[in-house]
Design a binder for this molecule. Structure first.
Ligand code: C2E
Ligand code: CA
Ligand code: CA
Length: 530
């Protein structure tokens, strides 16, 4: 039955019914096209287009897949060569390779033959190999891949994250690019559950110089999220569906699209590494840098080491280089627990965003005398080497500021406490008190006056507002009393207050300034018990 089907498929192939479609990949930060994936469509004579989901598995079963793939690779290479001839600077195409193709010993030779037939280079045609193929027959599979790699082909690991063996596969497969499976993004609550996985996959891949292309990107939110975790290469319906060669040429080649190839993470940030080189120009700048600065590394176990510090760093921290040495190899151990956590969080943010992150830390005993040191830290990722993140740290000594503000806090607390005692005492004896500024005629009532007599914190043009609100009932001699206070006379009299004319003993004690002129008066009012 297989052979019968194969002859039917072969006729379709000779008829040109298998057609390569093209889907672009983008750098989301620059909008440049970084590559194109070739995806096959079966176009029936009646024009009906069938997706590979309905025929690839069948072709793999019957063995026809190799015939189809060779044909598609050939056709796609011809198209790509014609684009190059027209001057379109598309960096590369990626073709899909079935694991069954890998079992054909002539596959690599066939591909090399295609390259020379169409005048293409090895890096022009990337091979996408699906990750799930890894689990089948590991040895044969890895041998085939190793052979392709040795011959110079660029291999991309397809559908990364869809299988169970992703991590092992990544370790052993000789790949330059992984394509992150679109299913990771399709979940509704993806950003909660999968966000962290994606973040660590991206970081891990970058740390071993592997680029990540996210597949199946359909929404702006997904794209923004991916960008935020450092994955900038994307492919998906948000940008474009797969389309015929003509459509692709019209849409992307004839107008203003820019092209640039995928950059491998290790190469991008390479120039920062010479911070480690004692003689380098950067070292000079680093050492004469005005602020305290250090270069930190973090390995995969999370251990943070300070590998370089400038002179100002030691001056700020306030200890000599040799005394600092013992802290340097476990940088986090010098902090208190809360600070160590804040510092780790800031490192994570700096690593994942590529931007600046900051935090405040306390080193409870920075020197042998047990002195505490508060620092405001600013962190930036400067490079990723294999299994190592490298950060730039600048510090600012805020010990004095922190201690000052905590002292102020103590002082305020003491004052509050005293006020508390006073207020309670006033409440117990049922006393009201206030301050009267003789020169400005401002009256400052106590808390109880404000509460029971609905007075504001400051009463202007005293005593008029008290007369208006009937605290001082109409027709009595309060105005004269205040005139006597203004002249500097102390008062001690019984007076009826409020509309209910409750008798109060009211006392004013007048204070004078250094010239002997009356300036303020302190007053109390106590209800007269019958
Ligand atoms: P694949 O290699 O993972 O290709 C990506 C698939 O995702 C393609 O499906 C593509 O059309 C689809 N896609 C692209 N953007 C989006 C998006 O934003 N959302 C969603 N939901 N899907 C998106 P397609 O073309 O149906 O191909 C299915 C699979 O068939 C491919 O998966 C590949 O494994 C295989 N295949 C396709 N062409 C060939 C071929 O020429 N040879 C071989 N051996 N396999 C092929
Ligand atoms: Ca693919
Ligand atoms: Ca895929």
């Amino acid at each position: 039955m297989g052979s019968k089907n194969n002859s039917y498929f072969l006729t379709a192939l000779r008829d040109g019914q298998f057609v390569p479609y093209f889907q672009p990949q983008f750098n989301y930060e620059t909008d440049a096209i970084t590559g194109v994936e070739v995806l096959t469509r079966w176009v029936k004579p009646d024009g009906f287009v069938i997706s590979p989901g309905s025929f690839i598995a069948e072709f793999e079963r019957t063995g026809f897949i190799y015939e189809m793939d060779k044909y598609i690779w050939d056709t796609a290479c011809a198209t790509f060569a014609s684009w190059k001839a027209k001057g379109y600077a598309i960096p590369s195409i990626s073709v899909n390779v079935s694991r069954y193709d890998l079992y054909h010993s002539d596959m690599a030779d066939y591909l090399l033959g295609l390259l020379s037939k169409h005048g293409l280079a090895l890096r022009d045609v990337h091979l996408e190999v699906t990750e799930s193929a890894y689990s089948d027959d590991t040895t044969q599979f890895l041998d085939a891949l190793g052979d392709l790699r040795r011959r110079g082909f660029v291999i991309e690991m397809d559908d990364f994250g869809s299988g169970y063996s992703s991590l092992c596969a990544l370790k052993e497969m000789p790949v330059e690019v992984i394509k992150l499976d679109g299913d990771f993004l399709s979940e509704e609550d993806c950003f909660h559950r999968c966000g962290k996985i994606i973040l660590s996959v991206v970081n891990m891949a970058h740390s071993i110089d592997i680029a990540v292309v996210a597949e199946g990107v359909e929404t702006r939110e997904q794209a923004d999220f991916l960008k935020s975790v450092g994955c900038r290469y994307m492919q998906g319906f948000l940008f474009s569906k797969p389309m015929t060669a003509d459509d692709f040429e019209n849409a992307f080649c004839r107008n203003t699209y820019r092209f640039s190839s995928v950059e491998l993470p290790g190469r991008e940030s390479g120039e920062s590494i010479d911070f480690f080189d004692i003689e380098s120009q950067n070292t000079l700048i680093f050492n004469s840098f005005v602020g305290g600065a250090a270069i930190l590394t973090r390995d995969q176990t999370g251990t943070v080491r300070a590998v370089r510090m400038n002179d100002m760093f030691y001056r700020m921290v306030g200890i000599p280089r040799d005394e600092y040495m013992k802290r340097q190899y476990d940088f986090l151990a010098g902090f208190d627990a809360e600070s160590a956590e804040a510092f780790t969080d800031a490192l994570d943010v700096a690593a994942s965003t590529g931007g600046e992150a900051s935090c405040m830390t306390l080193s409870p005993d920075i020197d042998s005398k047990g002195r505490a040191f508060w620092s405001h830290n600013r962190l930036r990722l400067i490079a990723r080497k294999v299994e190592l993140e490298i950060f730039y740290l600048s510090i600012e000594d805020i010990t004095e500021r922190v201690e000052l503000s905590s002292r102020n806090e103590e002082l305020l607390k003491a004052i509050e406490e005293r006020e508390d005692i006073f207020m309670n005492a006033a409440e117990q004896v049922n006393m009201f008190f206030w301050k009267y500024d003789i020169r400005t005629k401002e009256m400052f009532p106590c808390f109880r006056c404000q509460k029971y007599l609905s007075l504001p914190q400051k009463v202007e043009n005293y005593p008029q507002p008290a007369i208006d609100t009937c605290i001082f009932p109409e027709g009595l001699h309060y105005r004269e009393v205040m005139e006597r206070v203004d002249r500097g006379e102390d008062i001690d009299e019984i007076m009826p207050l409020t509309c209910e004319r409750v008798p109060f003993r009211v006392r004013y004690t007048v204070k004078r300034d250094k010239d002997g002129n009356p300036s303020v008066a302190y007053a109390t009012a106590l209800p007269v018990s019958e």
